[in-house]
Design a binder for this molecule. Structure first.
Ligand code: CUA
Length: 365
């Protein structure tokens, strides 16, 4: 590490100081810049040590390469040398530990936050809930498989986009409470120096205070199943006033959605309308595991087509889609879909594939 590090530092040193493709990002928070500073300090200490050690070694190899027949020095114990090689590394380690510890303590202190967001990971999306504001939404990857393949063909790096990014204000301390619905995920945004596991049944805390508005990206950093690589994190940091306006707008939208939900209770869709809406939801939510053709992934995710659930009691079918199936990867969709959408997707599942039942569910039911 030190040798490679030295070589690359010698080659790209000027750009490394400010962060480059070769290096970690200094980021946009005080903490991330402290972490970057620590990284560089320790990196340069390693470089000096490596230069000294390899310098002496290479010098000795070259200088004494012809010293055949010379008897090597033969001594046992040297108190001075032993004290030196104990004390010097000890002091170096203390010198590294002091600033590292103070940064670690600051990273773990979410007190005095002005906003709290609960982040829940689930296979394979993030759920953001703003405490005390009745605002919450799911953030799903919106880049399609086709777009990914097109990019891959061109050999280009592609950015995975989401339908709704997490939105937070600049210059305010934001606390994150991390947890998970299913398996262990990890919410990671390098520019904030935040990487925290989201564990089921447990809450981890983290925080950030971003100085520069903008869009920042990260990724789930804990292997969490089939689509782990497609669980991007996108964070939109808005200037404070814009964030306040956004939050008000979100509340209004939530109220409007609740009104629409109430209105949809009495609404009766035709079978075609229900199928069209259901297909859209099926492709967006269900097809990731159960396949667009309803065949599932044998041994992992059951088929919808000709499944006992889709052919059986309609109430049991609705229950599984709405409330999930404990002990399996099947999630509860009641909080993610409106009643109309739930009815439509169940109708679609019972009609879209062969061996269908022809059952139609209405939100009114
Ligand atoms: Cu979620 Cu990996």
């Amino acid at each position: 590490y030190t040798l490679l590090g030295c070589l690359s530092a010698l080659m790209v040193s000027p750009s490394m100081a400010s962060g480059s493709l070769w290096n970690m990002t200094p980021g946009v928070t005080e903490i991330s810049q402290q972490v970057f500073g620590l990284h560089m300090t320790i990196f340069y200490i390693c470089c000096v040590i490596a230069l000294l050690v390899f310098g002496v070694m290479i010098y000795s190899l070259i200088r004494h390469r012809h010293s055949k027949g010379v008897t090597p020095a033969n001594f046992h114990e040297s108190t001075k040398v032993e004290i030196a090689w104990t004390v010097v590394p000890f002091l170096i380690l203390i010198g590294m530990a002091v600033p590292a510890t103070s940064t670690l303590i600051a990273m773990e202190d979410p007190s005095d936050a002005e906003l709290t967001v609960q982040i829940t990971g689930s296979q394979w999306k993030w759920h953001y809930q703003y405490f005390g504001h009745d605002v919450g939404f799911y953030s799903l990857m919106s880049t399609t498989q086709e777009q990914i393949e097109n990019q891959a063909e061109k050999g280009a790096n592609y950015l995975l986009e989401v339908d709704k990014p997490l939105v937070i204000p600049a210059n305010r301390k934001v606390r994150f409470l991390m947890t998970s619905d299913d398996v262990i995920h990890s919410w990671w945004v390098p520019a904030f120096a935040v990487k925290k596991d989201a564990n089921p049944g447990f809450i981890n805390e983290a925080w950030t205070k971003v100085t520069t508005p903008g869009t920042y990206r990260g990724q789930c950093a804990e292997l969490c199943g089939k689509d782990h690589g497609f669980m991007p994190v996108v964070v939109e940091v808005l200037p404070e006033a814009e964030f306040d306006a956004w939050l008000v707008e979100q509340k209004q939208m939530a109220n409007a959605a609740a009104d629409a939900e109430a209105a949809s209770l009495g609404q009766v869709l035709t079978l075609d309308e229900s199928m069209a809406l259901g297909e859209q939801i099926y492709i967006g939510r269900c097809a990731a595991c159960h396949q667009p053709n309803g065949m599932g992934l044998p041994g992992v995710f059951p088929a919808i087509k000709a499944s006992p659930v889709a052919l059986g009691d309609i109430g049991a079918h609705i229950d599984i889609v709405a409330n999930g199936k404990p002990g399996t990867a099947m999630q509860a969709f009641a909080a993610q879909l409106s009643l109309k959408e739930l009815a439509a997707v169940v109708t679609y599942q019972r009609n879209a594939f062969d061996n269908n039942t022809g059952d139609v569910v209405q939100a009114a039911d």
